[in-house]
Ligand binder design. Structure first.
Ligand code: HEC
Ligand code: HEC
Ligand code: HEC
Ligand code: HEC
Length: 180
């Protein structure tokens, strides 16, 4: 009887140790992976965002296309006082609250969602997981948040037309870190 109790206790604590070990291993792996991304991208600019530099290693084509777009210059194009104006920041930068220069302009994460936690290879490949960790499926609605009727434009916003101007498909071989 006492033996049984002792054995049960042993099994229970053994299982607890195993669970704790698994949790620890996951945490360490996540930390290592995050650091790897941080190194590849050079910047980890906030707790929620990776910054365009953090997406670059795995999405070089998208990055180049974006780099040359009006979105990348959206904040730089404003005057000094306007750059600090919360009203203008609402649409001219990635996140109005984040003042880090590495998030300046309308970056990837303004459309795809804050990427600090989904910018990992295995997360990106798992649709459910990446959406749990901040990734957003992007469509016309994402554009209309900023391209409203009141924004300065001679022509109305027609999604298919405007999307063609910023489209940044990756070739099949992409989404692999370029360097370790
Ligand atoms: C470590 C590499 C890596 C990093 C860093 C990374 N991605 Fe990805 N991304 C991938 C991979 C791999 C896929 C392909 C997933 C698939 O084919 O299912 C992908 C797919 C995508 C897709 C297409 C999803 C779809 O609809 O299928 C988008 C959009 C995307 N990433 C955006 C980003 C953004 C924005 C960042 C930066 C915040 C980023 N990624 C950082 C590896 C990465
Ligand atoms: C609701 C979102 C929104 C707000 C708020 C906003 N803008 Fe804009 N702004 C846009 C969009 C979208 C465009 C691009 C319109 C287009 O060309 O189709 C734009 C374009 C511009 C342009 C023209 C850029 C160019 O190269 O032609 C200037 C200048 C500008 N905005 C200044 C400002 C200033 C200053 C503020 C703050 C007082 C501000 N905007 C607030 C969305 C916004
Ligand atoms: C203005 C909004 C916007 C910005 C900024 C933006 N994207 Fe996208 N992106 C889209 C839309 C819209 C699509 C097409 C729909 C989709 O796949 O979600 C797309 C598609 C993609 C895809 C999938 C393309 C494919 O091959 O099917 C990847 C990868 C991607 N974006 C990465 C990035 C990265 C990396 C950045 C920054 C360097 C970025 N995007 C900036 C809106 C944006
Ligand atoms: C966070 C706000 C924001 C979002 C979201 C956004 N844009 Fe923009 N977009 C801007 C601003 C601001 C400009 C003007 C940049 C400048 O010229 O300084 C702009 C400019 C543009 C331009 C160049 C000017 C033009 O009209 O030809 C295109 C094209 C464009 N956006 C397409 C899109 C598309 C497509 C989407 C959705 C997939 C989108 N944008 C989402 C803020 C945004």
């Amino acid at each position: 009887m006492t033996d049984d109790v002792a054995r049960t206790e042993q099994r229970t604590s053994g299982r607890l140790i195993a669970v704790a070990g698994a949790l620890l291993a996951t945490a360490v792996l996540a930390l290592l992976a995050t650091n790897r991304v941080a190194k590849a991208g050079e910047h980890v600019v906030s707790t929620r965002f990776a910054g365009a530099e953090g997406c670059r290693a795995c999405h070089p084509t998208a990055y180049q296309k974006w780099r040359n777009s009006a979105h990348a210059r959206a904040l730089a194009g404003l005057g000094e006082r306007e750059r600090a104006d919360p009203k203008c920041r609402q649409c001219h930068t990635t996140d109005p609250e984040e003042s880090d220069a590495a998030l300046a302009g309308v970056q990837c994460e303004a459309c795809h969602g804050p990427g600090r936690y989904y910018s990992l290879d295995y997360v990106m490949r798992d649709q459910e997981l990446r959406e749990l960790l901040g990734f957003r499926q992007t469509d016309e609605k994402a554009c209309l948040r900023c391209h409203t009727e009141s924004t300065p434009s001679i022509r109305p916003f027609v999604y298919q037309e405007k999307y063609e101007l910023i489209r940044h498909d990756e070739p099949e071989s992409a989404a692999k870190p370029s360097q370790g």
